[in-house]
Design a protein. Structure first.
Length: 117
């Protein structure tokens, strides 16, 4: 049988406690207008380029908080991205590492990496 599974990631789910607050925070952080409505009362699909991110309040629990980044957000300028995050007053897990990436927390404590590609 030929393998029916594609070697691509469709979307990544992020557990969030309050879906509307998470939607607003992520959209603000990414410079996106919150154009889509919350689906089924617990899902918000961020309008991303490439692999998607779905915020999901149904899967939220303290045990499900992402303590290790499962993906990274791309930037062409790590120092400008860092300054932008500082301006947004996000919580940093650690500052720029190897002049290449840094990690922040969303309001629910999920770790998110920003990486210069």
């Amino acid at each position: 049988m030929q393998n029916p599974i594609h070697n691509e990631i469709g979307t990544v789910f992020v557990p969030v406690k309050h879906i509307e607050e998470a939607r607003d925070w992520y959209c603000d952080l990414l410079g996106l207008p919150p154009t889509e409505e919350v689906q089924f009362g617990h899902l918000y699909v961020l309008p991303m380029k490439g692999t998607g991110i779905v915020l999901d309040s149904k899967i939220y629990s303290e045990e499900n908080i992402l303590k290790t980044p499962l993906f990274h957000l791309n930037t062409d300028d790590i120092h400008a991205a860092y300054a932008y995050m500082k301006e947004k007053q996000v919580q940093f897990v650690y500052d720029i590492q190897y002049d290449h990436y840094f990690v922040i927390k969303d309001p629910d404590g999920n770790h998110l990496m920003v990486c210069q590609c």
